[in-house]
Write a protein that binds this ligand. Sequence first.
Ligand code: SAH
Length: 372
Amino acid sequence: MPTNALTAVDVTPAKINLIGLGQDALAEFFDGLGEKGFRAQQIMGWLYQRGVLNFRDMTDISLRLRRRLELIATLTLPKVIRVEESADGTRKWLLDIGAGQAVETVFIPEANRNTLCISSQAGCALDCAFCATGQQGFNRNLSAAEILGQVLVVKRALGPEVVLSNIVFMGMGEPLANYRHVVPVAKLLINDHAFGLSRRRVTISTAGLVPQLYRLAKDCNVALAVSLHAPSDTLRDVLVPINRRHPIGELLQACWQYAASRASRQITFEYVMLRDVNDSLRDARRLAGLLRKRPAKVNLIPFNSFPGTRYQCSTPESIENFCHELRSAGIVATIRRKRGDDIAAACGQLAGQVTDRTRVRLGAKTFRSVRL
Ligand code: SAH
């Protein structure tokens, strides 16, 4: 035997998961098979309108093509590890994304709408001071299949009677840091051949990645929520560290441009209420000064506690007073009701199972290297 003999390698190409592929990517896929572009619409109808997740049952596709698809493609959803239900009806899914990592998805039923809060990353690199996900560090971006898979897993579990009316990218991760996979999913959510939701009912929430905001305004102008949380750069630098790279002035400029790129679009500014940190009436007045006469509304989020945090939630009175101060300055402001607190499914409590890959050990100390 020659010593340099090639060792056998598996050359079977991996099957492509069609879940989450945007209309253009699907059309390209079918084009590569020598099929017409309308196949993309056809398959989106099966997957997202009829909820059929096997090629066999897609009866208006020729048997030959269905067999071919079975050989080269899959329709794979993330596996469910656990489902928890809160006393208030909120439900949380823990989903396996392989290699010991897991992400969470939260279903929030309300009288007039049903919202699904989806994750875009395993962990998060932004390290906001008051967020449980941030404390875990960052592992990786989710694929489009893993992001849209969350919607499909929940839809299947809820059955046809329950309509998901709103989807918010407010779970684990910073959606705009995973732009490449988040935008095709958002587009599918508003595509009439797929989920057909109105743009107002799909919300991307961001801590403020300014360059991506300008891109998003052009690529996929869905509803926008911005995690402001502080009325001054000095405080925001501490609470939302990405502010050191994109300070408030720059961020707000991008927001107004985003709002202007579609008529009558309001941006929601999220503001977590932290006791004695950002909740004074002076803070409220400064915040009002930033947003007055702009297409903006404020959503005050009572801080949700989690193990190890040094912050406390503002008192109900100071939240009321803060809200009142904003309103008397002419700002539309609401207070977010706590949901799913008993199953750690409330804003900023999502932890999943994440092994931080960004912490580099140097001697006894651990540093986090944040790359965006
Ligand atoms: N990365 C995105 C999505 C994060 S989660 C963003 O920053 O917008 C959605 C909202 O929950 C954000 O406004 C986030 O700042 C807020 N949040 C994070 N931790 C929280 C906590 N412990 N209590 C209340 N809100 C929190």
